[in-house]
Design a protein around this ligand. Structure first.
Ligand code: ADP
Ligand code: 5GP
Length: 188
C-alpha cells in the first residue's frame, strides 16, 4: 500500500549520485530546521570541506564492519566501492520523540528501509536526463574519473527503480523540485 507523507515521520530521499539530493536537503533544512537529517557512517574518505559528524561519520573498513556486526545500522549498502549506513540509535530516538526524520540514501538502503519500516515515505529524485546527470557530477568536481564512471553505471540501474517509490520528483528546476518535495512531505 502506498504511504502518504502525512502519516509518516520518516522520509527517505533517494536517487542517483549527482542528481541534487544534497543540494535539496541543504535547502530543506534551512527552511525547515525542525527536520532532523540522519548523519551516515561511511568508509569513503572525506571530500575537501567535509567534517566528521556533520557530513558523515568516517570509518575504517574494520570499524564499519563492527557497526554492522553489532546491529548498529538501520540499513547499509556498498556504493561505488565504499560502504554507507544509517546509525540506528539516533534515528529511533528522534522518531520516538516525534521529530520528523530524513534519510538521504541510495537504492539498496532505501529497499532495506522499505522492508523494515514500511510506514516510511519514500521519494525518488530523478534527473532530467543521464547527460544532465553526468554534467552535474562533473560540474561538482569532487570525484575522480573512475568514481564518475562507477556512479554513472550505477545511475542507469537506479533510474529503473523509480516505480518502487511512493513519489518521484524531477530535479530539473531546483526551486520547483524543492516546492514539490516540501508539498509531498507536508512542509509547505
Ligand atoms: P547528490 O547529493 O545527489 O550526489 P549534489 O547535491 O551534490 O547531488 O548535486 C550535484 C551537482 O548538481 C552540484 O554541483 C549541484 O550544485 C548541481 N545541481 C543540483 N541541483 C541542480 C539543478 N536543479 N540544476 C542544475 N544543477 C543542479
Ligand atoms: P556520496 O559519496 O556522494 O556522499 O554518497 C554516495 C551515495 O551514498 C549517495 O547516493 C548517497 O545518497 C548514499 N548514501 C549516503 N549515506 C548513506 C547511507 O547511510 N546508507 C545508504 N544506503 N546510502 C547512503
Amino acid at each position: 500500500m502506498t504511504t502518504s507523507s502525512s502519516q509518516s515521520r520518516l522520509t527517505v530521499l533517494s536517487g542517483p549520485s549527482g542528481v541534487g539530493k544534497g543540494t535539496l536537503v541543504a535547502l530543506l533544512r534551512e527552511r525547515h530546521p525542525e527536520l532532523w537529517l540522519s548523519v551516515s557512517a561511511t568508509t569513503r574518505p572525506p571530500r575537501p570541506g567535509e567534517e566528521e559528524g556533520v557530513h558523515y561519520f568516517f570509518h575504517s573498513q574494520e570499524s564499519f564492519q563492527e557497526l554492522v556486526a553489532s546491529g548498529g545500522l538501520l540499513e547499509w549498502a556498498t556504493f561505488a566501492g565504499n560502504s554507507y549506513g544509517t546509525p540506528r540509535g539516533p534515528v529511533e530516538q528522534q522518531l520516538s520523540a516525534g521529530v520528523p526524520v530524513l534519510l538521504e540514501i541510495e537504492l539498496e538502503g532505501a529497499r532495506q528501509v522499505r522492508s523494515t519500516s514500511p510506514e516510511a515515505f519514500q521519494v525518488f529524485l530523478r534527473p532530467p536526463s543521464l547527460d544532465e546527470l553526468e554534467r552535474r557530477i562533473r560540474g561538482r568536481g569532487t570525484d575522480s574519473e573512475e568514481a564518475i564512471q562507477r556512479r554513472l553505471q550505477r545511475a542507469a540501474l537506479e533510474l529503473e527503480a523509480e516505480k518502487e517509490f511512493d513519489a518521484v520528483v524531477e530535479n530539473s528546476d531546483l526551486t520547483q523540485a524543492l516546492a514539490r518535495l516540501e508539498s509531498l512531505m507536508g512542509l509547505s
